[in-house]
Ligand binder design. Structure first.
Ligand SMILES: C[S@@+](CC[C@H](N)C(=O)[O-])C[C@H]1O[C@@H](n2cnc3c(N)ncnc32)[C@H](O)[C@@H]1O
Length: 302
């Protein structure tokens, strides 16, 4: 087969692929409609157990339902040639709907912005990025942290990235994906940690990956283990304890008013601690409800 004939064959196959993709997306929307019906039918609190029985992951179910909603509203994005592109353009449309800020010049305004961490323009010369990214197979939040770190950290800045022990490999790969290296690890130990058996390990502490370009120049003696009195999950299901972060941010600060960022702010734990310590803080949060909670919380601290 010569090159022209191969090109012809590729064109034909691509048309087939596009048709198949469109068909798959329609099937995804059909699944989404079934999930909507099940959700309406099931008693409150029974949808998640039902999903497990149906073998559908919670995040995937969310995507199916969003695809169904977009089809119902006649808003299927055009021009996507892969499922990933299709979902990305749907997400962009959803962010625009929620009024999420996107890209542009570095934002100097402090507080938590309703924005996507991946596209938000964080200020330059950040001293510390302290964050607890969401972990799911279909997000690349740790890479986003590495990208912001490599692009925006001051020369001696640090990333402190909290993660589950089961996702420590992804966290390390992500935070080192743009020029930073792992310098240390910290651990938060709770008095009442609920051991979960993940792959044969009982989980008794929460790791924090510490990365940067170089070790802090100033002589510091910061404990890498923080024993916490307890935790509070009243504002967010993944709310971090404040105490370890109050300690680490204060001890690692090399100047009175350092510049801190949290790309995955949730209920604003890091921002609240920064407001209390008089540090500059820029955060992003993509969920409008958590975004409101975070800014309310920050306002009570400064
Ligand atoms: C593990 S929680 C953080 C909880 C937070 N540390 C606290 O103490 O409340 C991760 C947060 O990241 C947010 N998130 C997920 N994807 C995001 C994105 N692309 N940009 C910004 N925030 C995002 C989620 O809505 C969630 O609130």
């Amino acid at each position: 087969m010569n090159a022209d004939a191969i090109a012809e064959e590729v064109r034909t196959l691509e048309v087939e692929f596009q048709k198949g993709l469109r068909k798959s997306i329609d099937i995804a929307a059909d699944i989404g409609e079934h999930l909507e019906r099940a959700k309406l039918e099931l008693p409150h609190g029974q949808f998640e157990p039902w999903l497990r029985k149906a073998g559908v992951a919670k995040t995937t179910a969310h995507t199916y339902r969003a695809v169904a909603r977009f089809r119902r509203e006649g808003r299927f994005p055009t021009g996507a040639t892969t499922l990933r592109q299709f979902v990305a353009s749907m997400k962009r449309a959803k962010r625009a709907e929620d009024g999420v800020e996107d890209g542009g010049a570095p934002v100097e305004e402090h507080g938590v912005h309703l924005a996507d961490a991946a596209t938000f323009a964080f200020p330059d010369a950040l001293d510390i990025i302290a964050t607890d990214p969401p972990w799911a197979k279909d997000t690349d939040a740790f890479n986003v942290v590495g990208k912001i770190g490599g692009d925006r950290l001051a020369e001696d800045g640090l990333v402190l990235c909290q993660c589950g022990n089961a996702s420590v490999r992804e966290a390390i790969e992500g935070v080192t994906s743009n020029g930073l290296r792992v310098l240390w690890t910290f651990g938060i130990v709770y008095p009442t940690s609920r051991p979960q058996s993940r792959g044969g390990f009982a989980n008794g502490f929460v790791p924090v990956v510490v990365a940067g370009r170089q070790r802090p120049k100033k002589k510091l003696l910061v404990s890498d283990v923080f024993r916490c009195d307890g935790f509070d999950k009243t504002l967010h299901p993944w709310q971090q304890a404040e105490a370890p972060w109050r300690y680490w941010l204060k001890e690692l600060a090399q100047r009175p008013r350092i510049r801190v960022a949290d790309p995955y702010s949730g209920s604003g734990t890091i921002g609240a601690v920064c407001a209390e310590l008089g540090f500059e803080f820029t955060g992003t949060e993509s969920n409008p409800k958590h975004h409101r909670t975070a800014n309310k919380r920050l306002a009570t601290r400064s």
